[in-house]
Design a protein around this ligand. Structure first.
Ligand code: NAD
Length: 329
């Protein structure tokens, strides 16, 4: 198949090009994000390949359908950016990469947590400035803390195991209980009980209508004072304004985020020459106890290779009209 690949970065090209000789698909890598202005680039292709911030809404789907493009391969796990109802109506098939490396994301959540708990980001800058003072670098142990994990699918499960290994008591909230985790000692509770008891809260559920602003004024009130909140899932799980207020009044002790509610016009680009227009992220950056990374939790060699391989296999199945292993319905 001829595939137009949107939001392409150098690392996408490297991982796909290393596998393309084994498959019968041709890729053209386009740097722009998919939207109504860039969709014309897809003219003449059989399928498009997109990433997390390529919004595939009703208008984009209608345009694709008019162009005769009936196949979309997402090179990510989440699919909240797709209007699935419209896609089904237009009979556009959508496949994703359900679990490319849950450990990559879980380990990044741990990296955010450990950086915040031991202030290594501050130490790094201090030591390079010949400043070996330890004042203000007092951290806290992870061992012995209670960690609450919201969403215990592939990534949440990997994160639970890491936290158990760190010597934490692990609490979980999910719509479904994972028996393997229960046997390992993870305790499933209501979200209220989890928030009331956890010193560390990590979000690993998808963004849906039910989970939009899951962390809001009301749920923040349930949290333990000075708790650490980590989000590597989707930005809109958190009501950013509510969290800013909770940081200001010290209810939340630390915030580590790899995703941000308004990230789509901000992330994945070098904007170092621009004036930052987004007020909320500017405010977040002003807190010494907030660590932000730009949606990089997935970015390991292993995960990229797995994403490329599964995406190409998804295209094989689409091309052959086979039953689709990773269709999003
Ligand atoms: P998964 O489908 O394996 O697990 C999601 C879990 O959330 C499931 O167990 C599900 O039952 C649970 N869940 C669904 N609705 C819920 C609700 N209302 N309350 C509580 N739990 C609920 O998904 P995964 O592979 O573990 O990925 C989780 C999320 O991580 C994805 O949806 C995606 O948004 C995000 N993600 C981020 C990155 C990154 O680079 N930052 C990379 C991959 C995935």
């Amino acid at each position: 198949m001829r595939v137009a690949c949107f939001s392409s970065k150098s690392y996408d090209e490297v991982s796909f090009k290393s596998l393309l000789p084994k498959f019968e698909h041709e890729f053209t890598f386009f740097e722009p994000k998919l939207d109504l202005h860039t969709i014309a680039l897809a003219e003449g292709y059989d399928a498009i390949c997109t990433f997390v911030n390529d919004y595939i809404d009703e208008k984009v789907l209608q345009k694709l359908s008019k162009m005769g493009i009936q196949q979309i391969v997402l090179r990510c796990a989440g699919y909240n950016q797709v209007d699935l109802k419209k896609a089904a109506e237009l009979e556009i098939k959508i496949c994703r990469v359900p679990a490319y490396s849950p450990e990559a994301v879980a380990e990044h959540a741990l990296a955010l947590l450990l950086t915040l708990s031991r202030k290594t980001h501050k130490a790094f800058n201090r030591v390079r400035d010949n400043n070996f003072s330890l004042e203000g670098l007092t951290g806290f142990n992870i061992h012995g803390k209670t960690a609450g994990v919201i969403g215990t699918g592939a990534i949440g499960k990997a994160f639970c195991k890491i936290m158990l290994g760190m010597g934490c008591k692990v609490l979980a909230y999910d719509l479904y209980v994972n028996e393997e985790l229960k046997e390992l000692g993870v305790q499933y509770l209501s979200i209220k009980d989890l928030l009331e008891q956890s010193e560390i809260v990590s979000l690993h559920c998808p963004l849906t209508e039910d989970t939009f602003h899951l962390i809001n004024d009301n749920t923040i009130r349930m949290m333990k004072d000075h708790a650490t909140l980590i989000n590597t899932s989707r930005g809109a799980l958190i009501d950013t304004e509510a969290v800013i207020n909770a940081l200001k009044n010290k209810k939340i002790g630390n915030l580590g985020i790899d995703v941000y509610e308004q990230e789509e016009d901000l992330f994945f680009q070098n904007r170092s020459e621009e004036i930052l227009q987004n007020e909320q992220i500017a405010r977040l950056m002003g807190f010494p106890n907030v660590l932000i990374t730009g949606h990089q939790a997935f970015l390991t060699q292993e995960a990229l290779s797995h994403i490329a391989e599964t995406t190409l296999q998804n295209l094989d199945e689409l091309a052959a009209g086979k039953e689709l292993s990773n269709q999003v319905l």
